[in-house]
Write a protein that binds this ligand. Structure first.
Ligand code: FPP
Length: 234
């Protein structure tokens, strides 16, 4: 039995496109319903005691999709925050971004930065949105930043894991306890590789638009029934 609190949940929100196709709709319709589901699941996560929820909204590999789809995904944060920001503020949620935002269209970047700024005094659920995020790139950038600090005499050579973590985009958040991926794929897809070192993994068959608060509750219940040993013996 795992008594450790499930304070950080990360989700790979897969299957929007396939879900939309099944309904005879364009892939973008799946992303829209998927973005509405971010609100539903954020509320449920908060009610279930989760303190940090990190969602994979756009990966560094997603630029390979059609121009129409990429451009839709770049416009989605604006639609999303126009609909829900007021409610998030009322609920006390704090929005954070991870990823290389400087490569996003200016309009998208501004919307995301504004959401961070507007919610920065909040102390409730931390909703962390990964946008143009790739974990290998994050780790390489961290290594480069550390090397630079050594070269400039700001750091000694030879740091430990905790110090290295402070160079990552997730430096202000605890490690991931539970990683969920929807839509039946058994992959990590370059998401939070460092941060999931000791996470429990939960793969569900349902696509992201079909993922409900009940399914989240079930994943968290499963988490509590697993025996997390962190490499030790009990
Ligand atoms: C993967 O499904 C999903 C994405 C690449 C995008 C996920 C984005 C959202 C749910 C919107 C979140 C946005 C905000 C602003 C919170 P897929 O399209 O790869 O599905 P498929 O595997 O069926 O093709």
């Amino acid at each position: 039995m795992n008594s450790r609190e499930c304070q950080h949940v990360a989700i790979i929100m897969d299957g929007n496109g396939r879900w939309a196709k099944k309904q005879g709709k364009p892939r973008t319709a799946g992303h829209l319903v998927g973005s509405d589901n971010v609100r539903t699941i954020a509320i449920a996560a908060n009610e279930l005691g989760v303190k940090y929820l990190t969602i994979f909204a756009f990966s560094t590999e997603n630029w390979k999709r059609s121009q129409e789809e990429v451009s839709y995904l770049m416009g989605l944060p604006d639609i999303f925050f126009k609909k829900y920001m007021k409610e998030f503020i009322q609920r006390g949620y704090r929005i954070h971004m991870i990823g290389n935002l400087d490569e996003l269209p200016t309009g998208t970047r501004n919307v995301l930065r504004e959401a961070e700024e507007e919610s920065k005094e909040n102390t409730g659920l931390h909703l962390i949105i990964a946008m143009n995020y790739g974990s290998q790139r994050e780790i390489v950038e961290a290594a480069n930043a550390y090397a630079k600090d050594v070269k400039e005499g700001k750091k000694q050579l030879g740091i430990n894991e905790e110090e290295f973590s402070s160079y990552l985009m997730t430096k202000d958040f605890p490690p991931v306890d539970l990683l969920i991926r929807t839509s039946g794929e058994l992959r990590i897809s370059n998401f939070l590789l460092w941060q999931i070192a000791y996470a429990e993994l939960c793969f569900v068959e349902e696509s992201w638009p079909e993922f409900t608060p009940d399914l989240l509750k079930k994943c968290i219940e499963d988490y509590h029934h697993r025996d997390r040993r962190f490499g030790g013996v009990k």
